[in-house]
Design a protein around this ligand. Sequence first.
Ligand SMILES: [Zn+2]
Length: 158
Amino acid sequence: MKIYQANILFTPTPDAFQVLERGFIVVNDAGIVEGVFDQLTEEYQSLPVNDFGDKLLIPAMNDLHVHAPQYRNQGIAMDLELLPWLNTYTFPEESKYKNLGYAEKMYRRFVHDLWANGTMRTVAFATIHPAASMLLGPFPSGRHGSNGRTCRNESKLP
Ligand SMILES: [Zn+2]
């Protein structure tokens, strides 16, 4: 059991945010939030509290559509329409993922940066390479998600 104290922003219902100044989050040993409280109930009062002072704790973010092999292309390639963009930027980068060493290195960076920026759940698309696609999932970052191999039927590149 872990208890965190800070300023907490959370969503008790799907249509509402709530802010608890100097509130508490209780997380069980499975990593599941048992509750968010303005005061600790008696059953938790003897447990140690990880006090983050005036810092803000927010829920992790979810990304339900992310193309993992496009990690290197983020923020670039806004100069073309979709099909020329795919052939010029996307497919050449994705073809590099047939090399498992490259795929492992880039997927590790991708997952690390997701985690470091608070995105813990994703639906991530990989490439057409099955073995490389399997490398996208097993990183011990606490990230949860679904990964899938991308399929396509038109391209000059492998
Ligand atoms: Zn997409």
